[in-house]
Design a protein around this ligand. Structure first.
Ligand code: C2E
Ligand code: MG
Ligand code: MG
Ligand code: MG
Length: 279
């Protein structure tokens, strides 16, 4: 049932754990069918500039419209898909669809800003990453400067040598890199400094208790300063309340994303939102 928001799906696969092989084969078959059967959708969530309050980008977020379980959020199936190779095909589909859609918006005069795509660990550490991105940009006709790759802090620091090499190549192509979920990866500051990044997204966990807890707010203040010292745009994810927005504006956060502005929306509704947005 759709209203279960994928919980049914989760329990379904969970209950199969006793038979792990059957579980992963079933899931892989379902995901493959989902991919080829058009059950995946990209939703888009706006990114708002703190100073101008304009929409300056969108993050593409994957949804699985399961015929029995309704809209399944990625946290429910991405980890499962990572265990089987299918995540590579999913990530490739996401990248292509996001680039295609952004090019379409631009051609239709509806929007002109970068789209951000989340990259899985498996995909990031795969050796055909750069050729695949190059090919996708060429085939969709999207200019590289309109693509942002979101890579988590944890993934980037797993192998810094590798990350520096890949990121430098991507930067030369004109693609921007956003470090996602910052504050969850325990990176050392000296290593962070080596990565050619454009932005840092503060993990949503920084927001909880921010307004009540003065220790927490000094940490967030210091993290934002760190980002600025590294010449990064600092993005706050998961803004739900106007007080959070005010406070993070005070702390000089550069960009915002969260339900306070909009939930992730299907492309048509997203474009409606963009049209009606008055900065
Ligand atoms: P993320 O990249 O850190 O994405 C932010 C998540 O926070 C999204 O969850 C978004 O819907 C949610 N969010 C945004 N604003 C708010 C808010 O105000 N309050 C709350 N409570 N949540 C908010 P979502 O879409 O469920 O995605 C979860 C994670 O799944 C993402 O975290 C990302 O790591 C992964 N993911 C999503 N789409 C893809 C994809 O296409 N490919 C890959 N490999 N991973 C994806
Ligand atoms: Mg992200
Ligand atoms: Mg994040
Ligand atoms: Mg995340």
């Amino acid at each position: 049932v759709a209203k279960e928001q994928g919980d049914g799906l989760y329990h379904f696969y969970d209950n199969l754990i006793e038979n792990e092989r059957a579980e992963s084969m079933q899931l892989e078959a379902d995901l493959r069918r989902a991919l080829h059967g058009g059950q995946f959708r990209l939703y888009y969530q706006p990114k708002i500039d703190a100073a101008s309050r304009e929409i300056i980008g969108a993050e593409a977020l994957l949804r699985w419209l399961h015929p029995d379980f309704g809209s399944v959020p990625p946290d429910k199936f991405i980890p499962l898909a990572e265990n089987s190779g299918i995540i590579l095909d999913i990530d490739e589909w996401v990248l292509r669809e996001a680039c295609r859609q952004n090019k379409q918006w631009q051609d239709d005069g509806l929007a002109r800003f970068p789209v951000a795509v989340n990259i899985s660990a498996r995909h990031f550490y795969q050796n055909n990453l750069i050729p695949m991105i190059t090919r996708t940009l060429r085939e969709t006709g999207l200019e590289p400067k309109y693509l942002v790759l979101e890579i988590t802090e944890g993934m980037l620091i797993r192998n810094v040598e590798y990350s520096v090499r890949v990121l430098e190549e991507l930067r030369q192509m004109g693609i921007h890199i956003s470090m996602d979920d910052f504050g969850t990866g325990y990176s050392s500051l000296s290593q962070l400094d080596r990565l050619p990044l454009s932005e840092m997204k503060l993990d949503r966990s920084f927001l909880s208790g921010l307004l009540e807890d003065s220790r927490k707010s000094s940490i967030v203040r210091a993290v934002i300063e760190l980002g600025h010292h590294m010449d990064l745009q600092v993005v706050a994810e998961g803004i739900e309340a106007s007080e959070e927005l005010e406070y993070l504006t005070e702390l000089e956060c550069d960009q915002f994303q969260g339900y306070f502005f909009s939930k992730p929306l299907p492309s048509k509704e997203f474009i409606m939102f963009v049209k009606h947005w008055i900065a």
